[in-house]
Ligand binder design. Structure first.
Ligand code: TYM
Length: 332
């Protein structure tokens, strides 16, 4: 079976609908066809300042949500990045074949470091995409399900795999992005041309999986919509309405065409009201299951330890091979 790897940061108290629709729901689906490795990337989550107790809690909440939406610990490995030491170890080697200019061109780094100022942004923020490449290459992943915003980082992962292979001999699978267009960029409810983002959106622009669905419904009612009154799907001229239709379609399983036909002659208010209901029905059982996992942290930690063990069965031999190819002495 082909392999799939992906990761998500524990940098908020909840995942938002962009995370779920752009990436995580594909993680769930790919378990049927792939050997799957999914990672809560806590090493990535300390690149911009954090509180230790909050990080620990968010790491568990992230894992609980992933189990709650359907990551199956019997079929897949779900684990925490810092519990698999090979990630950090391979990242060093890859950093040594990455150009300084090449890393400087990563747009997420440029955006974030510009916002923070170069003296306040960390070297970890700069090398972040190299650690991401290590994550992926360690598993010899064939496919990496992510949202559109990760495309450039995946391109770097591919480049580094190819470069390592040509410098030291065939070692890593060159991974392909798995970006499903329809929901690859869920947008901010208040600013429907920008992506929904935990770091840049205001709370009113984000729907969190774990928030009170009454609050979500209220945010949807206040979502910025477009001029005109017709409910049509056109991301260029009607980004707000199109985003609501995209979310509705992905959660309800009804096609966009079907929805557009059903709302013909009706107003934005009807769509928003119905979408609030669709979100409530979707998140309610997820919230219950998440709570159940969090109610038993010892059991949750056990599941994660088992995931890390499955991961290490793959990463230890990969790292050993990579170290040997680079010219390091055999491990003692
Ligand atoms: P992160 O934690 O920011 O986001 C997790 C996933 O959610 C997707 N996503 C979105 N998709 C559609 N619309 C949106 N508005 C939206 N916002 C976020 C992201 O594309 C991502 O797939 N660098 C990664 C984490 C990572 C990783 C990896 C991913 C670390 N190592 C290895 C893949 C493979 C990140 O910050 O994702």
């Amino acid at each position: 079976r082909p392999r799939v790897f992906s990761g998500i940061q524990p940098t908020a108290d909840s995942f938002h609908l962009g995370n779920y629709l752009g990436a995580v729901r594909h993680w769930v689906a790919l378990q049927d066809t792939h050997e799957a490795f999914y990672c809560v990337v806590d090493l990535h989550a300390i690149t911009a300042g954090h509180d230790p107790a909050v990080l620990r809690q968010r790491t568990r909440v992230a894992a609980a949500q992933l189990f709650a939406v359907g990551i199956d610990p019997d079929r897949s490995a779900l684990f925490v990045q810092s519990q698999v030491p090979e990630h950090a170890q391979l990242a060093w080697v890859l950093g040594c074949i990455t150009g300084f200019g090449e890393a400087s061109r990563m747009t997420q780094f440029k955006d974030k470091s510009q916002k923070q100022g170069s003296d306040r942004s960390s070297v970890g923020l700069f090398t972040y995409p190299i650690l991401q490449a290590a994550d992926i290459l360690l598993y010899q992943a064939d496919a990496v399900p992510v949202g559109e915003d990760q495309r450039q980082h995946l391109e770097l992962s591919r480049d580094l795999a190819q470069r390592f292979n040509s410098l030291f001999g065939p070692t890593f699978t060159v991974p392909a992005p798995h970006i499903v267009k329809d929901t690859a960029k869920i947008t901010d409810l208040q600013e429907p041309t920008a992506k929904m983002s935990k770091s840049s959106s205001s709370p009113a622009g984000i729907i969190d999986l774990l928030e009170d669905p009454a609050r979500s419904a209220k945010k949807i009612r206040s979502a910025v919509t477009d001029t005109g009154r017709e409910i049509v799907f056109d991301t260029a001229t009607k980004p707000g309405v199109s985003n609501l239709l995209t979310i509705h379609s992905a959660l309800s399983g009804r096609s966009i065409d079907d929805l557009v036909a059903a709302y013909a002659g009706r107003g934005y208010g009807d769509l928003k009201k119905d979408l609030g209901e669709v979100v409530r029905e979707f998140v309610t059982p997820i919230q219950e299951r998440t709570r159940a996992y969090l109610d038993d942290p010892a059991q949750l930690d056990k599941l994660l330890a088992a995931g890390a063990e499955k991961a290490r069965a793959v990463t230890a031999p990969t790292l050993r091979t990579a170290y040997e190819r680079v010219g390091f002495l055999a491990p003692v």
